[in-house]
Structure formats: structure tokens, C-alpha cells
Ligand binder design. Structure first.
Ligand code: C2E
Ligand code: CA
Ligand code: CA
Ligand code: CA
Length: 275
């Protein structure tokens, strides 16, 4: 009936209002989070599938909120992007990740996630250069992860920045591969070092009859293009086996290790030495 519909609309509006308010609260609180030292980088190991050695760690942002507890980046990165705070936070992530990684065994890389908005400010190249310089981290040990949204802009300045970053000697990875719109064409628009195969495809392995099809195809294509492949979200030894069969070069997931604070990173190397 009409009145029930009216109630639905009102409920919907109240719900939207509540969501808006929650978002505004996060916005206001996120503004001071950096200064209050509530942000921290966790690190998740990335393993070589040929010899199971650790090739690097992905830096994943965490927000320790005084009342809400741990807030997921899925909830606060979009807010940081809307407010422009992602620039300040993103700069801090790059600096902190380089400083942490400079203390790791030589050869071990750090992978840092970049927001598309960080490419809209002209100084990204300088921020990365400064972080490498002040930390002393060799450029080849830094990998920057970008998503298709960066390439979707199709603007000259972005592609030029990517080439300039690569010229510093660091690596560029295409993150969440396969989840966007026109993935394959992007592989021709830039010489990526690494393709990260999204967790959704890894989940299909051993579950669907055609589960290995996409992973096999991507791994083969990457190999032909001279790019490495990291499978994301590897949770079972069955997935691991099928990824190895597919010719993936690296893997990352709860099967190997969860994201942990920087203070826990050295443990992985101690464990590896005991094996
Ligand atoms: P992402 O870059 O795709 O990162 C991988 C996500 O998968 C991480 O979630 C990680 O904790 C999770 N993960 C890893 N292994 C497994 C697994 O075996 N099973 C499952 N179910 N999940 C797994 P997290 O840490 O919550 O980060 C979510 C997203 O937030 C990231 O997705 C990335 O897009 C964004 N993000 C995180 N840190 C940063 C950052 O410093 N800057 C920017 N711009 N974005 C970030
Ligand atoms: Ca990533
Ligand atoms: Ca990813
Ligand atoms: Ca993702």
C-alpha cells in the first residue's frame, strides 16, 4: 500500500542519513589520525613458488581507532580519497614502508599500494625519490602497486609519471588483475614487472571445473610478456599446487602468512632459517 511505501522511503532516508553521519565522523577522525599515530603499516609476506623463499612483503594500512578498534582500509581508504587526505596518508605510507624495508635482509622487496589520486598531484615522483634517498632503500627493492583505475584515466601525464618512476629502477605491479573492465588491453599500455591475480580467481581453483582456466591463461600470457605473476589470497595447499602447475611465479595469502606489524617481519626470516 501507499503508506507502507512511504514508510519504506522514510526508513531508507533515515538509513542514508545514518550512513552519511557515520561517514562524516570517520572523515573528521581520520583527519588527525596521522598526527595521533593511529595509522600503522602491517606487512604480509610474498613467497616465490619455485623455492618457497620470501621475495617481499606487501604494506597494508591499518587504523587503530581509539573507540572503534581496528578500522579496515576498505572502510577508510574511500573516505581518505573523497577528502583528499589520501595524499598526505599515501606520502606517509611510502616513507614508512621504505624506512621499514631498509632494515630487512638485502633483496627482500616491499610492495606499496598507490591510490589513483596520488597520480593527480605532480610531486609523486619527488615523494618516492625522497623516500628512497632518506631510507637508503635501493630502488629495485620497492614495488608500487597500481590498479586499472590509474590507467583508465588514459592521460599522458599519468603514463609519463609511471615511466619516470620505473626509470628510478623500481618495479610497477598491476594489482587486482581481472576485476576491471578491459584488463588485457592495459597489459600493452605499460611494461609492468608484475601482475597480481585477484583473489576471486584463486578462490575458483579446485572448486569449479573450469577454475584453473583463467589463472593458467594469465600466467602464460604474463610469462610471454616477460612479467611475473603473484596470486593473491592463497588459502589452501590445493590452490597452491594448482598455482604452481599454472606457472605462477609468486603467491601471497593466509596459507603463507597474514599481515602483521613491522616488528613481526623478522620472525619470518628466523623461521625460514630453522626450516
Ligand atoms: P589489496 O591491495 O588487494 O590487498 C590485499 C587484501 O587481501 C588485504 O586486505 C589482505 O589482508 C587481504 N588478504 C591477503 N591474503 C588473504 C587471504 O588469504 N584471504 C583473504 N580473504 N584475504 C586476504 P586489507 O589489508 O584489508 O586491504 C584491503 C585493501 O585496502 C587493499 O586491497 C588495498 O586496495 C587497500 N589498501 C590497503 N593499504 C593501502 C594503502 O596503504 N594505500 C592504498 N591506497 N590502499 C591500501
Ligand atoms: Ca595490493
Ligand atoms: Ca590486490
Ligand atoms: Ca583488492
Amino acid at each position: 500500500t501507499k503508506s507502507a511505501g512511504g514508510r519504506d522511503v522514510r526508513f531508507f532516508e533515515q538509513n542514508m542519513q545514518a550512513q552519511l553521519e557515520a561517514r562524516r565522523a570517520i572523515q573528521a577522525e581520520l583527519r588527525g589520525a596521522l598526527e595521533r599515530r593511529e595509522l600503522e603499516l602491517y606487512y604480509q609476506p610474498i613467497f616465490s613458488l619455485s623455492d618457497r623463499s620470501i621475495v617481499g612483503f606487501e604494506a597494508l594500512l591499518r587504523w587503530h581507532h581509539p573507540e572503534r578498534g581496528m578500522v579496515s582500509p576498505v572502510d577508510f581508504i574511500p573516505v581518505a580519497e573523497e577528502t583528499g587526505l589520501i595524499i598526505e596518508i599515501g606520502d606517509w605510507v611510502i616513507q614508512q614502508a621504505c624506512a621499514d624495508a631498509a632494515r630487512w635482509p638485502s633483496g627482500v622487496r616491499v610492495a606499496v599500494n598507490l591510490s589513483v589520486l596520488q597520480f593527480e598531484k605532480a610531486n609523486l615522483l619527488q615523494v618516492v625519490r625522497d623516500a628512497l634517498h632518506s631510507s637508503g632503500l635501493p630502488a629495485r627493492r620497492l614495488e608500487l602497486e597500481i590498479t586499472e583505475s590509474v590507467l583508465l584515466k588514459e592521460d599522458e601525464a599519468t603514463i609519463q609519471t609511471l615511466h619516470q618512476l620505473k626509470a628510478l629502477g623500481l618495479r610497477i605491479a598491476l594489482d587486482d588483475f581481472g576485476t576491471g573492465y578491459a584488463s588485457l588491453s592495459y597489459l600493452r599500455s605499460f611494461p609492468f614487472d608484475q601482475i597480481k591475480i585477484d583473489r576471486s580467481f584463486v578462490q575458483d581453483l579446485g572448486v569449479r571445473a573450469d577454475g584453473a582456466l583463467i589463472v593458467n591463461a594469465v600466467a602464460e600470457l604474463a610469462q610471454k610478456l616477460g612479467m611475473e605473476t603473484t596470486a593473491e589470497g592463497v588459502e589452501t595447499s590445493e590452490q597452491l599446487r594448482l598455482l604452481q602447475e599454472a606457472g605462477c611465479t609468486q603467491a601471497q595469502g593466509f596459507n603463507f602468512g597474514r599481515p602483521n606489524p613491522a616488528s613481526q617481519v623478522m620472525r619470518y626470516f628466523a623461521d625460514a632459517m630453522q626450516r
